[in-house]
Design a protein around this ligand. Structure first.
Ligand SMILES: *Cc1c(COP(=O)(O)O)cnc(C)c1O
Length: 374
């Protein structure tokens, strides 16, 4: 039986052919395909302004710079996220202010935001972990009341919605990732949805050396930019993926439903059964507290059975960098508990329902064996 990874991108043959066409065209870096992808994304997000970059990490960092966030500023972030969310805050010289997640949704606990706000707080960066959206009504009410920018780390939530409105089609700055593990990919890549052409123009300059081209064929450089532009090779993959995003997400939803059918909620803590808003980017189960220390052994055993399990994510504030940066005394009980117990089960569009059953059966068997050793 072939190995079942926890995720795997699906690139169709039309997309493979489109990539070959770009390669043969003589123009492979940023060009018409990037502009086409930006236009297609803009159309999807209700006509809002979208610019692509070579990763969501780059797009998030540029979002902070577009929002003029830097030294002396604080940004509220969850710690149960990919390190990039907090790293970009450090990268612009600002300070991440971690707050805990809620135990049921595993998303940033919005009831803790107000007490975390100081005179330096400029923004909040919510993360739609596993593609389950943070409550946008509460989020934006809070941001408006306290005068904060919102930089949505929607890296995982392409195609998710909040009460019928697609994530990206409303709000402040919204960032998506096109990493191969995400619900649509460009190989590597990301994008930022913005409010104004002015923001988009600054984003364009920051992603490419800070230059502005002049009519006389020279250019000026008036801001320190970097090198975060996407290639047309990548963009054309994104165009193919975008057409399939809804079908991909429908299949993910069907697989998630199957997990709820086959998994025993008395042995594992299942995610919120929200089939209205999320895009099922991941299906994450939590081990019982008493078995948390045996997670690595369980993952190894599943691997021997040919099943890949992911861990998303270790708590950011407990990593060495953040311990060195002064977060050593910080306790986030829900985040730390979930981070110790979480396991991402295989879930990707090309997976079959029968494989969900196989994952569940193997998990239950190993849980019983490990439990009998306790
Ligand atoms: C994947 C991811 C990112 C970073 O995306 P890249 O495209 O790999 O830079 C940021 N935040 C979250 C929550 C992610 O899952």
């Amino acid at each position: 039986m072939s190995f079942l990874p926890f995720t795997r991108p699906h690139i169709d043959e039309d997309t493979v052919a489109a990539v070959a066409e770009v390669l043969r065209s003589g123009w492979i870096t940023t060009g018409p395909k990037c502009r086409e992808l930006e236009a297609a994304l803009s159309q999807r997000y209700g006509g809002r302004t979208v610019r692509v970059a070579n990763s969501a990490t780059a797009a998030l960092e540029l979002a902070l710079r577009v929002a003029r966030i830097g030294p002396d500023d604080e940004v509220i972030v969850p710690s149960l996220t990919w390190v990039a969310t907090a790293n970009v805050v450090l990268a612009v010289g600002a300070t991440p202010r971690f707050i805990d997640v809620a135990a049921d949704s595993r998303l940033i606990d919005l009831s803790l935001v107000e007490e975390a706000i100081t005179s330096r707080t400029r923004a909040i960066m919510p993360v739609d972990l596993a593609g389950l959206p943070v409550d946008r009504d509460r989020l934006y009410a809070l941001a408006a009341k306290r005068g904060l920018r919102v930089i949505e780390d929607a890296a995982q939530s392409q195609g998710a919605n909040w009460h019928g409105r697609e994530i990206g089609s409303f709000g402040d700055l919204v960032c998506f990732s096109f990493h191969p593990n995400k619900n649509m990919t460009t190989g590597e890549g990301g994008c930022l949805v913005m409010n104004t052409e002015e923001e988009a123009t600054l984003f364009e300059r920051l992603r490419f050396q800070g230059i502005t081209r002049r009519a006389d064929h020279t250019y000026d450089c008036d801001v320190l930019g970097g090198k975060s532009n996407l290639t047309d090779i990548a963009a054309v993959i994104g165009l193919g993926q975008l057409q399939q995003l809804d079908a991909f997400n429908a299949k993910r939803k069907a697989l998630a439903k199957a997990y709820f059918e086959y998994l025993d909620p008395n042995r594992l803590e299942l995610p919120l059964a929200d089939f209205e808003h999320g895009n099922w980017h991941m299906f994450q189960v939590l081990l019982p507290e008493a078995m948390a220390d045996l997670r690595a052994e369980l993952i190894d055993r599943m691997k021997e059975d040919g099943i890949g399990i992911g861990v998303h994510f270790p708590a950011v504030h407990l990593t060495s960098l953040y311990q060195q940066r002064g977060y050593g005394g910080l306790r986030l009980p829900h985040t730390e508990s979930i981070a110790r117990r979480t396991m991402s089960l295989p879930l990707f569009p090309q997976m079959e329902i029968a494989q969900v059953e196989r994952v569940a059966q193997n998990l239950h068997r190993h849980l019983d064996q490990i439990e009998s050793q306790l």
